[in-house]
Design a binder for this molecule. Structure first.
Ligand code: CLF
Ligand code: SF4
Length: 491
C-alpha cells in the first residue's frame, strides 16, 4: 500500500532537516551540461537554464528529477525501432505506456508529483508519439501547467518533421529545451531506418521520405539555435547502419548549434514487435557505445547519462516512480503546495557547493599521479553524488573513467538487483558481472565476501572502503592508494 498517495502525505509539513534526510536517502545529500561543464565553464545565461535539468546537466541528474506526461500518442513517421504499442524509442525504453492522458489529467498528475517529489524540476513531453505532431495536446498541457507551476522547466522531444511549424510558439511558451532525434544526415542511410513519413497530407516512402525528414530536422535545429533555445540531439546507434555515420551527425549538429548530442544504444528485441527486433538487428554493447562516444570528444558536447526513459516516467533518471502516480491513485482535486520543492532546493544549493569543492580536490589528487593508467570505476549510488548503495541493491552502476587527466562520467550499466530478501542468486551475479564488462573497480557502500570473490575471479576489484564518500573523492582516494606516487605527492 506504500505506493498509494494519501492527502496526509501530500500535505505533510517539511523542514530543511527532513529535506536533507530525503536527499540523503535518495542518495542526494549535497554541473555540468550533459557534458560535465559546471558554472565556471559556461555562459551564466546557459547555466541558469541547465543547472536544474537532469538531462542537460550531468551534475544536476544527481539532484533533480523529470516527469513525462504521455499526452501525445499520434506520430507522423515510422521508425524501424518502434512499435506503436510501445513507448517512443526516441525517449524511452520499449515498454507500454501505462496510461495516456488528456491535458486535464496531466495537470492533476503534475500537481500531485510536484507536491510529493521535491526533486521534480522538469516536465517533459516525449510522446508516446510525437510532441510536435500532436501539437494541440502538447501546447494545452504546457500552457496550463506553466500557469499553475511557473518554475517548472518545460522540455519537449520530437522527431523534427513537424518542428519548424511550431518554433515560434515554442519560443513564446518559454520552452527552453527541445530534443530532436536525428539518426542520419545522409538520406541514403535514413532509408534503412525510416520506411515512411506522413507529410503535407500524404505518405512518402524510401529516399524521398528520408530526404524530407532530413531537411525538416536541419531546418528545425537551425531555427531553434537562432532563437537560443537549447537543443539536444538524440541519435539511436544502430550497428552496421549508422554507427560510423554518427561521427558525421555529431559534426553537423554541432556546426548547426546543437547544445548536446546524446547517443543511445538501439534496444532491439523480437518481443517488442519492431522491424529491427523481428529482423534480428542487434543493438550495440556498452563498450561499443563508449568507443564511439570516445571518438567524438572534441565534437558536440556529449550526454552520457541518458536512461532511455519511458514516455510516462517519473522521478530521478535512474528510477521510475510512475506507478505511484497512476490516475486512479490520485485525489480528484489537490492544491499545489510548493513547500517541499522550495525546502529541497535550499538544501541542494548548500550541498552542491561542497560537492564542487570535493570534485576539485579529487581532480588535483589524480593529476599528480605518476601513471598513465586509465581505469573504469563502477559506482553504486542512489544519487546525491555519493557512494551510498549496497552492491546487492543496485539496479544500475554509474561508470566513471579516471586517469591523471581527471575523473569523468562515462555512462551507466543497468543490472538485475543481485540481493533479494537478503539472499543473492548466483545466476543473477553472473549477469551483473557480464554487464560490468570492461570495468576495473566497483565502489559501493557494502559488499559481502561471496560476490566480492566472484568479481575478483572476473578481474574486477570491489571495495566498500569509501562508503558514503562523495563519488569523485572516493575514486581519487582509491586511485591514489593504487598508485602510491599520487598518495606520496599529495601527502
Ligand atoms: Fe524528458 Fe528528454 Fe526532456 Fe529529459 S528525458 S523530454 S530531455 S526531460 Fe533524458 Fe530520459 Fe534520456 Fe530523454 S534521460 S530519455 S534524454
Ligand atoms: Fe515511434 Fe517515436 Fe519514431 Fe514515432 S518518432 S515512430 S513514436 S520512435
Amino acid at each position: 500500500m506504500a505506493n498509494i498517495i494519501s492527502l496526509d502525505s501530500l500535505m505533510a509539513p517539511v523542514t530543511p532537516e527532513a529535506m536533507r534526510e530525503q536527499l540523503e536517502s535518495s542518495g542526494c545529500a549535497s554541473s555540468s551540461c550533459g557534458s560535465s561543464d559546471g558554472p565556471a565553464d559556461m555562459d551564466p545565461e546557459v547555466w541558469a537554464k541547465v543547472k536544474d535539468h537532469p538531462c542537460y546537466s550531468e551534475e544536476a541528474h544527481h539532484y533533480f528529477a523529470r516527469m513525462h506526461v504521455a499526452v501525445a500518442p499520434a506520430c507522423n513517421i515510422q521508425c524501424n525501432y518502434c512499435n506503436r504499442k510501445y513507448d517512443c524509442s526516441n525517449e524511452s525504453r520499449p515498454g507500454v505506456v501505462s496510461e495516456k492522458l488528456t491535458p486535464e489529467q496531466a495537470m492533476r498528475k503534475v500537481v500531485a508529483v510536484a507536491n510529493a517529489v521535491p526533486q521534480f524540476s522538469v516536465l517533459g513531453i516525449a510522446g508516446p508519439g510525437d510532441a510536435c505532431y500532436d501539437w494541440a495536446k502538447t501546447k494545452a498541457t504546457f500552457q496550463e501547467i506553466s500557469a499553475r507551476i511557473p518554475d517548472v522547466k518545460l522540455c519537449l522531444s520530437t522527431n523534427g518533421l513537424a518542428l519548424p511549424d511550431h518554433v515560434d510558439e515554442i519560443m513564446d511558451m518559454n520552452i527552453d529545451h527541445v530534443t530532436i532525434t536525428i539518426n542520419m544526415v545522409d538520406p541514403q542511410i535514413g532509408v534503412a531506418i525510416y520506411p515512411w513519413i506522413f507529410y503535407n497530407h500524404r505518405r512518402w516512402f524510401g529516399l524521398e521520405a528520408s530526404q524530407i525528414l532530413h531537411e525538416r530536422q536541419m531546418l528545425g535545429l537551425e531555427m531553434l539555435a537562432e532563437r537560443k533555445i537549447l537543443v539536444k540531439v538524440n541519435s539511436v546507434m544502430i550497428p552496421g547502419i549508422n554507427d560510423e555515420h554518427l561521427i558525421e551527425v555529431n559534426r553537423v549538429v554541432k556546426a548547426k548549434g546543437a547544445f548536446l548530442h546524446n547517443i543511445m544504444p538501439l534496444i532491439s528485441d523480437p518481443a517488442h514487435g519492431t522491424h529491427f527486433g523481428l529482423t534480428g538487428q542487434r543493438g550495440p554493447g556498452a563498450m561499443e557505445l563508449k568507443e564511439l562516444q570516445d571518438k567524438l570528444s572534441g565534437g558536440a558536447n556529449l550526454m552520457r547519462h541518458c536512461r532511455q526513459c519511458r514516455a510516462d516516467a517519473v522521478g530521478m533518471l535512474g528510477e521510475d516512480r510512475g506507478q505511484e502516480f497512476n490516475m486512479d491513485l490520485l485525489p480528484e482535486a489537490v492544491e499545489y503546495d510548493p513547500s517541499k520543492r522550495t525546502a529541497y532546493r535550499a538544501v541542494v544549493a548548500e550541498e552542491r557547493g561542497e560537492h564542487l569543492a570535493k570534485k576539485a580536490e579529487a581532480a588535483q589528487t589524480v593529476a599528480v599521479s605518476e601513471t598513465d593508467a586509465k581505469v573504469l570505476v563502477a559506482v553504486a549510488t542512489k544519487g546525491g553524488g555519493r557512494i551510498n548503495q549496497h552492491f546487492g541493491h543496485a539496479t544500475e552502476f554509474q561508470v566513471y573513467e579516471v586517469s591523471s587527466a581527471g575523473i569523468s562520467f562515462s555512462g551507466h550499466r543497468k543490472v538485475e538487483k543481485y540481493c533479494e530478501g537478503g539472499w543473492g542468486e548466483d545466476a543473477t551475479l553472473d549477469s551483473v558481472i557480464a554487464a560490468l564488462d570492461g570495468i576495473n573497480i566497483v565502489l559501493c557502500a557494502k559488499i559481502g565476501d561471496c560476490p566480492k570473490d566472484s568479481l575478483a575471479a572476473a578481474g574486477i576489484v570491489a571495495s566498500h572502503e569509501y562508503a558514503y564518500d562523495w563519488i569523485e573523492a572516493g575514486i581519487a582516494a582509491w586511485y591514489a592508494a593504487a598508485h602510491p606516487s599520487a598518495a606520496r605527492l599529495t601527502a
